[in-house]
Design a protein around this ligand. Sequence first.
Ligand code: IMP
Ligand code: MG
Length: 188
Amino acid sequence: MRTAVTPEGVAAIVFTADEIAAATTRLAGDIARDYRSEPVLLVGVLKGALFFTADLARALPDTLDVSIDFLAVTSYGNRSASSGEVRLLKDMSESIEGKHVLIIEDIVDNGLTLSYLQDLIGRRRPASLRSCVLLDKPYRRRVDVKIDYLGLTCPDTFIVGYGLDYQEKYRNLPYLARLEPWVFQEPA
Ligand code: IMP
Ligand code: MG
């Protein structure tokens, strides 16, 4: 039998699919406990939180009153370091006024993206607003953001997979991985 090889450019797995699933199950338990008596609107942040939103929603008990919406932002351009600039590319499709909103985000690094979203959604008068984040990189925070539900603390390295990309690649990997340094080098 052939041993498994990782895709070109992938250096090592940081979190396996099982570790991601275990964190998701734990978060779903916490969320289910807190929202058992009120409907919750999950707002997934595209594209990074695509799979996390889908898996988290399915891990919630079927007795919970759950709706799902998405918005899309961009903060990085095509680089692996934050530009510090957040732009809304696609808004939610429904009004959130009076609803219990839970932002579902893939990763918090400098905090600007989540802070921008908390401001944007907060101004639209939701009944409540919390955030659920799969991965935290607390090393380069520029703004202090509140994360109500946190999955995993990430090592201080750029990671891809499970929705996260480098130049739009690697989102489809079922695990989270770090990349070989040569991937980040500009072509000669
Ligand atoms: P922040 O605004 O610096 O907190 O970054 C948040 C956004 O940057 C996330 O939603 C991701 O899209 C992206 N990001 C931050 N760190 C990584 C990483 O290690 N890999 C891929 N995307 C990242
Ligand atoms: Mg994101």
